[in-house]
Design a binder for this molecule. Structure first.
Ligand SMILES: [Zn+2]
Length: 315
């Protein structure tokens, strides 16, 4: 009994020490990686209250495109869908809540600054019609997108939950790493568009972006990592030779398979003011390798991958 009480009394002290450790380690010379769970607990800002969500839902109800919609509060999001109520709840629990919990566990400790809506439209027809009705715009992609301006993730959920997890990454990056370059924002997003749980952590699997990248590697058209990481928003999205997303995704995949992805993310996040592209952090995480040699090794690795099969990387 005494021992239990002692532990109970000591727990807040240990927690306070961990917070202190995290703060101390936030200096640029950090070597020790803080426990992400401790960061989440320590730095978590005040959540939106039930009353905040209730007001938000009342507003939403006034603007629903029809009576077919179910609204589920799934902090930090509100999920709105026109599939049967049970299905909307299932997506909220099994995809949204799961992805949020797992992404917080490994990467993010700040929630988006505002309550964001996740619209799950049941078909291509519903997605197109209701996006136009609700936001006055036509979707540019058949799958779904995140609109920072509308504070909404807009999905054609009939195409599967992968895009939903991809898009959930973006508002978390916006809240936690506003200066994140597009290659990492899209690299992480697209890594998790095909994902599951391995050893209790979110884990990306090989997917449809692989064959195109393999073809580009064979055609020697994949740019250097220095170039990829240095691309600004305009160049990344508009001058895409077709491989930017895939190259970024399979760089993240490679890091994940070597157990280096979260380490890299934290290294880059910590040193972002000195390393705006992440290239130096990438080199450091890989062990200061010759990046031309690394690219050849990575290309060989990617050529050996098969969709649907896991290949781990020897250090
Ligand atoms: Zn994206």
């Amino acid at each position: 009994m005494f021992r239990k009480l002692q532990i109970a009394l000591l727990a807040p002290l240990v927690f306070a020490w961990m917070v202190l450790l995290y703060r101390t380690n936030s200096s640029p010379n950090q070597n020790h990686q803080p426990n992400p769970v401790a960061i989440e607990t320590a730095a978590q800002p005040a959540h939106f209250t039930d009353a905040d969500f209730a007001v938000h839902v009342q507003q939403l109800k006034k603007n629903l495109p029809s009576d077919d919609f179910t609204i589920v509060i799934q902090p930090p999001f509100v999920v709105i869908g026109d599939e049967p109520t049970g299905t909307v709840k299932e997506h909220s629990e099994q995809t949204v809540k799961w992805a949020v919990d797992k992404l917080r566990q490994d990467f993010f400790f700040q929630d988006p600054k505002e309550i964001l809506d996740i619209w799950l439209f049941k078909s291509a027809a519903s997605y197109e019609r209701n996006t136009l009705l609700t936001f006055g715009e036509k979707p540019a992609t058949p799958y779904g997108y995140y609109s920072s301006a509308h504070k909404a993730l807009v999905m054609n959920i009939s195409t599967g939950g992968g895009t939903l997890v991809h898009e959930i990454v973006h508002p978390f990056i916006e809240a936690n790493f506003p200066a994140c370059p597009p290659w990492l924002n899209e690299g992480l997003g697209s890594l998790y568009e095909q994902c599951g749980e391995v050893d209790g952590h979110i884990h990306g699997f090989t997917n449809w972006r692989l064959p195109g990248l393999q073809a580009a590697i064979k055609a020697h058209t994949v740019p250097s990592f220095e170039r990829l990481t240095g691309l600004d928003t305009n160049s990344f999205y508009n001058d895409d030779r077709g491989t930017n997303y895939a190259q970024a995704r399979y760089l993240c995949y490679y890091l994940q398979q070597r157990g280096l992805l979260t380490k890299f993310y934290r290294e880059f996040h910590t040193h972002q003011s000195k390393d705006q592209t992440g290239y130096q952090s990438l080199r450091k995480t890989l062990g200061r390798v010759d990046m031309n040699l690394f690219k050849r090794k990575w290309e060989k690795y990617v050529l050996g991958l098969t969709q649907g099969y896991e290949v781990s990387v020897a250090p």
